[in-house]
Write a protein that binds this ligand. Sequence first.
Ligand code: SF4
Ligand code: SF4
Length: 489
Amino acid sequence: MRTEGTRVIVLGLREFHQFHAAGRQFLYLVPSAAVFELDLVAEAVIRVLSEAPRSEDAVLEALADRFPPPAVRSVISELRDVRAIGHQQQAELKEPKFLPMVPFPLSTMVLNVTNQCNLACTYCYEYGEDKIVDTENGKQSKFMSEATARQSVEFLLKESGQIAHMTFFGGETLLNFPVLKSTVAYARQRAAEVGKTVDFSLTTNATLLQPEIIDFLADNEIGVTISMDGPRELQNKFRVFHNGAGSYDIVAPKIKALLQRHRSRPIGARVTLTSDTIDVTRIYRHLTEELGFWEVGFAPVTTSPDQKYAISDRGFDRMLGQFNELAHEFQEQVAVNKHHGFSNIKDTLEEIHKGVSKAYPCGAGLGLMGVSTDGDVAVCHRFAGSDHHKLGTVKDGIDRTAQQEFLEQHHINDKTDCHTCWARPICAGGCYHEAHVRYGTTRRPNLHYCEWIRGWTDTCLQVYGELAVRNPDFLARFDRDEAKAEAVL
Ligand code: SF4
Ligand code: SF4
């Protein structure tokens, strides 16, 4: 009998999420964010302990008719090592609060080259009722000047590691195409002078994709994401011009021309889902099969719950059902080495594979920052121009005290509601902008969508387990991509 002094050690379950995939059982171990496959003995030990905590001898006895005691003992020791089970009387060690060391290299700078838009999408966070910054009547310039864009380039090159990502954003980004174009040339030249590499991308609503712009994007290998909501009837519900006219017939031919000409990088669509447009599978088919996008990512609209297009709990359930359908399709395609363009799942699979355990939901305020048209640096592009979320300026640099304060206040350890949630290594409380719109503060976790997050993370884990068994090489690509990136650094 194993004892500690005179006390018998009672074993109990620790923090994990159990899931089933490819006919096997797995554990997602929360403190380490690792995936652990259970063999028959381990599965039996977990089952016995899930009925009630027991001493090691009691576990051996309960399983004596099925497994030899040395095998059970060795599995118990292994499960204790990975912290799937543990000493019942000892509380699980609380993870210490480690703050990232600053200065932290800036990997992505999102440049809001304009806050103007030629569309008037009903749900837009920049123009709708949920806006943070008044871009129509406020003090921020409507367009970024060439001088501010150049200062932003210098700022990025100073703050970044060897490779820097620059993303142009709006408003409608292409309304300021002249500045975008000259900034790409300037950044290339300056990056070469300081021995760094800059990678460019942009987001656009596609309405202004003229042949010369398409040529420029293709020739300069600029990554493109198109904001688009799907087939005509769905696109035209919210993505309308200021006169209320739908944009589908304007954008569809331009997108086809772009996809035809720009072949050097995969081009993706980014779909905003609302209560009126939750038709994930149909949207996905249209965008990939009829328009030809390489990949499609979906995001639920960010809005207060009072808006009629806000997604309700039932809507989230419906969305999860459709995400699951596409995830299954993705799994079956990838298992036989075929491409599938459902991008939401790829990002999460990569995080699971790398054992990511987040202290923060995203890179905002750390490796990612947004720059407003006037050159104010904010936590991310969605807060660009907001004085409350300002972390400095491209001219004067990052205000390290403000950054430290932000990191101190938004750490997962301070989100008490998340402490018992098994999905926290991946979610970490969710998007700050969503939280700000819902609760008026970036510090609160997004508790309105926990069921959805846990359901989706469970699906991703199942797909991960399936691929780990059926096509491990697909997952190993995530390591190779990382190794490639590190080799350049
Ligand atoms: S916001 Fe919800 S789902 Fe996300 S970590 Fe917190 S409790 Fe879990
Ligand atoms: S805070 Fe939200 S919008 Fe901003 S980078 Fe993070 S996830 Fe994206």
